[in-house]
Ligand binder design. Sequence first.
Ligand SMILES: Cc1cc2nc3c(=O)[nH]c(=O)nc-3n(C[C@H](O)[C@H](O)[C@H](O)COP(=O)(O)O)c2cc1C
Length: 281
Amino acid sequence: MIISFPIKSNIDSRRSARSYKMISVEKVVMESIQDFVKSLSVPFDHNVEIKFFNANATKTLYTNMLSPPDNIAFVAETDIISISKVGFIGELLILFAQSKGLSTCWYGHYKLSELESLMPHLQSTDQLKESNMGYGYSKGVTTGRRVICITPLGYYEDGGLRLVDRITKKTSSFKRKDIKDLLENPNDYDKLSDDVLYALDLGRKAPSAANSQMWKFAFENSFKTITVAMTVGYKHFKWEHPNVDIGICACHVWLGLIDKGYNPSVTVSEDSGRAIWKISI
Ligand SMILES: Cc1cc2nc3c(=O)[nH]c(=O)nc-3n(C[C@H](O)[C@H](O)[C@H](O)COP(=O)(O)O)c2cc1C
């Protein structure tokens, strides 16, 4: 598998941006993103669609910031495996955009009625009613294909923050748990190879809703298989779809192993309401 952007540096430099210049993405850059989408290949079957759409400079769609002109939506069915694949595939695109100097932010809570007017995609009006208090798509598995998450795509607007604010903002947004705290069995730590530790380090840096970092790592097959999943019964009071985040983390682990020269195989299955990713070398 060939990844067309530097893996570690883009993972390390990506941050969620919630302030954008109100200008369109340069044409050549947009074309490179569209080409990336067309040629995107992952080591599993999927039905995820990446749709580009334009928005007006209002706070209606994202509510906590103005929409830049260019945006992307990830469309899929709403079962656990499909939304987890949205995480994996969407994150590849987000990291590619990062490598092109663009900023992004995963959004699970957006104004669905506004999205539907900007980018009609729902198959019935009932689908609009299912959204939680008007934000996001619905509480759980529901009918049809629909947008799972969206992201703005554009140029970060510094907003004149003082240097000290910028530094505190950056460090607080990039706070992550240590690998040891993410192992299902902490005693495994001393048995992990440098390559596996490298992949887990990229995995722990994945973005997650409210920075919840709900993933746990475990091992099979003499540590040649890394599993990424949340613990049984995990719930977050504000975010209804943590399996999206699990797919994002699995993507980072997979990229980490690719960066170390492996061609890992990837499977995802469902168990007790969770997506279980297995990445094997
Ligand atoms: C699946 C997902 C959904 C998210 N939804 C929102 C959202 O609705 N609103 C928001 O402001 N940020 C959202 N975020 C961004 C997270 O808050 C952010 O990724 C996390 O705090 C870590 O910060 P970082 O991305 O800068 O590393 C979401 C992130 C993920 C992965």
